[in-house]
Design a protein around this ligand. Sequence first.
Ligand code: AMP
Ligand code: MN
Ligand code: MN
Length: 338
Amino acid sequence: MSSSVGTSAAVTADGVIPQSNSTDEIVAELRRRASFVFVSHVKPDGDTLGAGLALGLALKAIGKRVGYFQQDPVPRNLRFLPDSEHVAREVPADLPADTLWVFCDMSDFTRAGEFLPKIDRANMLDIDHHLGNSHFGALNYVIPTEASTGTCVLRLLRALDAEITPDIATCILTTIMTDTGAFMHTNTTAAVLRMSAEMVELGADKPLITEEIFANKRFAATKLLGMALERAVLQDDGQYCWTYVDEEMLRTCNADGEDTEEIVQHLRAVEGVEAAALFKAYEGAVRVSLRSSGKINVQAAAAMLNGGGHFMASGLTFEGDLQSAIEGVHAALRAQGL
Ligand code: AMP
Ligand code: MN
Ligand code: MN
């Protein structure tokens, strides 16, 4: 998820932040290396995965060796993505030592999870659009003004003069539709719409993306949504709406973590709400999704609790139980103007 609002880093005319490498430097490195592994973040979304698959497909087409590392399995609603059947947690034994590990859509490599093997910084490329990216790579291509990591990749594809096949176009359009909430969020600029139209012209399967990611919900997800909304709380003069999902609710609805995705947007859409939170208390942790309507910087609120993201959409993993998470997040949102 992303937003064009609240970008605080000083950016150059083309939007690349100063500590980042230039497009030419990144392209030279992509040409120089022979082997690549694309890394997506835990709880993968259409941006982290679509961005890596798009660049991976383009590099394969020019004869490079390409693999994909992801700690979690590919979510059900992203299995339509071309080449996603090659995404794995295992790293091949014969992987060349000078393989370039390309991290997509994460502000730090720790977001790739604890199963990521130890990788020298010299072999890390960081492609991202998050605020507060730690520039963890030897090479960093961080453009916070971009709507998705996939649109950062699209700049590289153009500079590489890569052929944008229908499969690649589908991956790029998936990144855009994921991070704009299907063209709903404020990061849906004219340029983003133009790029999306171009992807459709190049053969991107927009109906498939819409169906797989934004429709096609399991009945369990709809039941869970109902239960979570019934428990929603509206407070702070109607400006803050939150709810939670716990193990028992998942069990009752026969649902799992992938069925929680759209809950928070219903809270954010309530008239008058400036901030929304979903507390996900299962799998041994309390993970929190935060959304803003434009006044409150939820990235800053999440950062106070060791999380991150964007002005309008952020997340964190809370160290403690559900009750303390609810209190801690409320305090952080108050500190950001709730
Ligand atoms: P989500 O609510 O999971 O859709 O995440 C919204 C945004 O917050 C995304 O841009 C994520 O990359 C970011 N985010 C989620 N969880 C974390 C975390 N634990 N640490 C840093 N960023 C996060
Ligand atoms: Mn992401
Ligand atoms: Mn993203």
